[in-house]
Design a protein around this ligand. Sequence first.
Ligand SMILES: C[S@@+](CC[C@H](N)C(=O)[O-])C[C@H]1O[C@@H](n2cnc3c(N)ncnc32)[C@H](O)[C@@H]1O
Length: 537
Amino acid sequence: MSIDACYEGVIAKLTDEGKILEISKKLISLQTNSARVLFVYELIESLKAFPKVLEVKKDDNVSTYYRNQGNLFFKATQNYEALQFYNLSLIHAPLGTESYSLALANRSAVLFSMKQYDECIHDIDTVFAMEYPRDLEKKLSKRKSMCENFILKNKEVKEDSTKANFQVGEILKFDHERDKTYICASSKLQVVFNDEMGRHVVAKEDIQVGEILAHENPYLAVVLKSQMLVCCNYCLSRDLNLLPCKSCCFALYCSKECSEKAWKEYHRVECGLLATLVHMEFTKLELLALRIVIRARTDHKNWPELLEKLVEIEKNLNTPLRGCENLGDNWVYDSKYYASIHTLESNVEKRSVSDIFQKSITAAVFLKFLIENTDFMNADDAKHHNRIKNWVAGTLLLHGMTSPTNMHGIITNTANKNGDYVDELNIGSAPYPFCSLINHSCAPNVVRYSKLGFAEQILVALRPIKKGMQIFDNYGPVFRRRSHLKRSFIANIRPIFSKLFLFINQVLFALTHCSKNVNQSLYYLDYSGQQTRVDTS
Ligand SMILES: C[S@@+](CC[C@H](N)C(=O)[O-])C[C@H]1O[C@@H](n2cnc3c(N)ncnc32)[C@H](O)[C@@H]1O
């Protein structure tokens, strides 16, 4: 059952029972997010409408099926499809089995055919480090030595391009003095507040076109379903040597480090739920809300430490320290700390009942999964149980509301086989708490840019910005239509700017283009392995 079907099922039952008005009135009367979610939770329970959690286990037969699919594509020299089917095969193979080695060995053949020799050797070495069918040894050793020969031949060319990439990295370096509180931002910017604009960012000094104004990493990120087979599930880098989570069939990582960080920060809780989360088609914003709540807890030693921190965060809500973390002698606003995420705008008072009801259903379903299928809510001390349940319920809804208002899509640029700019590609979504303080305009004066295959964003001045002027970003076409903007920029002048965006993207693409296995990103399979989209350029 999808989450939409769950929502529609609840509405249909309430309509049949003639209870829609009564439930809406009750929901409106509730004052806190936790009260709303716990009310909806009881309602879904009474209607017996909670979905069940699915279990998808690693399975040799499924792995073999996908490996055979990969073989078909490989034979047809459709390397990118073959690679993704081998990744599906790998992700479904129980660790240490023959299927696991074969998926890797076959992927190394694709990498060889794609002339990705370092990556090919990497996969072969991974196979050699495991128990593997001995008849593979001769073939893989031969492939490895062919790679080594090619690498030796190409060494000179590679050294030249490394030099060029290094210079390019220097060009985009953010070396301006940083603000002492908003530490990812230039000291030329200032965060201010007024009733009309909420929190917003203004220029403290004149800013030139092209100046880098901020360089921000996200608090965490969610990779899009369509990109799960080609991107690291933690850092979103596109990598040809991804390795799967040992337990679930949904997460691939580019390194042990990413896999361990993901496990510690949220995957330990999410791992057993991912099959259900993918199957139920939760949106990236809903998944972000869940992941943020989990990470908020794992950022702290235990529940009491988090609950104590929340008291401090709430105390600062209506002060200039909103969202800041106390580092002893200094307060900083930094995406590393949950305070910056907890305090993002939720627009709760502008939301309709049906919107709040829908978001409360999602929150209640997440809460149910966390209570019944994970140990997330377990506290050592029984007296905290109710507080924890209330907090998790309310915070799932809070971030169900902050996500659509604040999250940024992570867009990467793609190249064709010749390395020329082709298109923009959406790979994920993430909270960037500083970038989220920037208001929207159809005539923006800054643009956000993600380096190829990375989640970090840089903020670049699109026009000269005079001291005192507000910094404006363009949130995209949907936001423009929102009626609650107090100052609306009605004229749709995005078409004028889109050419400029394209140009800037192309320039930045050219500057940041690196050879890190990202060029073929237009080729992807839907996670199910059923759909293919092939770039023909
Ligand atoms: C990403 S936040 C921007 C920071 C926000 N002003 C705050 O106080 O946190 C987006 C929200 O800011 C407000 N906003 C964005 N652009 C605006 C504008 N041009 N005028 C007034 N409010 C705006 C809307 O409430 C919107 O949902």
